[in-house]
Design a protein around this ligand. Structure first.
Ligand SMILES: Nc1ncnc2c1ncn2[C@@H]1O[C@H](COP(=O)(O)OP(=O)(O)OP(=O)(O)O)[C@@H](O)[C@H]1O
Length: 265
């Protein structure tokens, strides 16, 4: 359902800082795949997400979503079918608006309705039911400004905003990394549930190798802007974090240099 074909992107072209961020990257996702994305710092993980979202245009290569060529489609158009969460819980919500106003905005955008704030009783009930599922008491705080919520609560609101109308593709860019361990676990549990219930095709960047090998059905490791390893569910069952680090070192002839990864082994 997602096809990235020979994607190339160089930054600061023609200058001494020229840097190849995507180097003939190829990746195909099947409908319903939940792929975790690993890679050392600067491997190209966020750049791959930016390319899929249309944050910039590729130098060469193609991106297809559900068979449609979106290579030149502008970012705002892609946002209608691609949801994205960032590490920073402040991104993705409007802090001065209430929970229900934020949800209404997202909902009207996804439903392509023009009156963003025209909340019907049915909409409000729907938001409430969805919030109740998280057991975070957010359903009783629908008139609270999002800026007053904790990071974890905000991330849950953002997650719900991105999936009220399930997107074709959900991109999670270390969305639990800035949260305390207990909240991160809870948000991850909610993420797994939403993805599973709605069968959303998902990619999730994480620096936690253990989490990567245990979440979803497939793990890829990027290196120097290309896919270095693509590990399916069956292969993952046999694979330990230590073995994956070894595989990286064997291939690269160097240590896997990401402090955060080693800390979370
Ligand atoms: N807009 C940009 N302008 C210039 N260079 C960029 C830009 N975006 C990314 N890069 C460079 O491209 C490379 C890949 O960056 P990217 O953010 O994709 O890495 P990453 O794998 O997500 O790393 P990290 O785990 O550290 O977030 C880096 O060297 C980065 O400096």
């Amino acid at each position: 359902m997602l096809e990235i074909q020979s994607a190339c992107k160089k930054f600061s072209k023609g200058t001494p800082n020229e840097h190849t961020a995507l180097a003939q990257l190829n990746l195909t996702l099947a409908q319903g795949d939940f792929v975790t994305v690993l890679g050392s710092n600067g491997a190209g993980k966020s750049t791959m997400f930016n390319a899929v979202c249309g944050n910039f245009l590729l130098d060469s290569g193609k991106i297809l979503l559900d068979g449609k060529d979106i290579t030149f489609e502008p970012e705002y158009r892609r946002a209608l079918s691609i949801g994205r969460l960032f590490q920073d819980p402040m991104k993705g919500t409007a802090p001065s608006l209430t929970i229900e106003e934020n949800l209404a905005l997202a909902y009207s955008k996804q439903k392509k309705r023009s009156l963003a704030f025209a909340l019907t009783r049915k909409d409000r009930d729907y938001f409430k039911t969805e919030l109740e599922k998280f057991s975070m008491d957010l359903e009783n705080r629908m008139k609270t400004k999002v800026g007053l919520l904790s990071g974890g609560q905000r991330q849950v609101v953002t997650l719900l905003m991105s999936t009220l109308v399930p997107p074709k593709l959900l991109l999670l860019d270390e969305h639990t990394a800035a949260l305390d361990p207990a909240t991160a676990e809870k948000v991850m549990e909610i993420t797994n549930r939403i993805v599973k219930e709605n069968k959303i095709t998902t990619m999730m960047i994480t620096h936690n190798m253990k989490q990567a090998l245990e979440t979803g059905n497939r793990t890829i490791m990027l290196d120097s802007g290309a896919v270095m390893f693509d590990i399916d569910a069956r292969q993952r069952e046999q694979l330990s974090v230590e073995r994956l680090v070894e595989m990286y070192s064997e291939k690269k002839k160097e240590e896997f240099a990401t402090d955060r990864v080693l800390l979370s082994v």
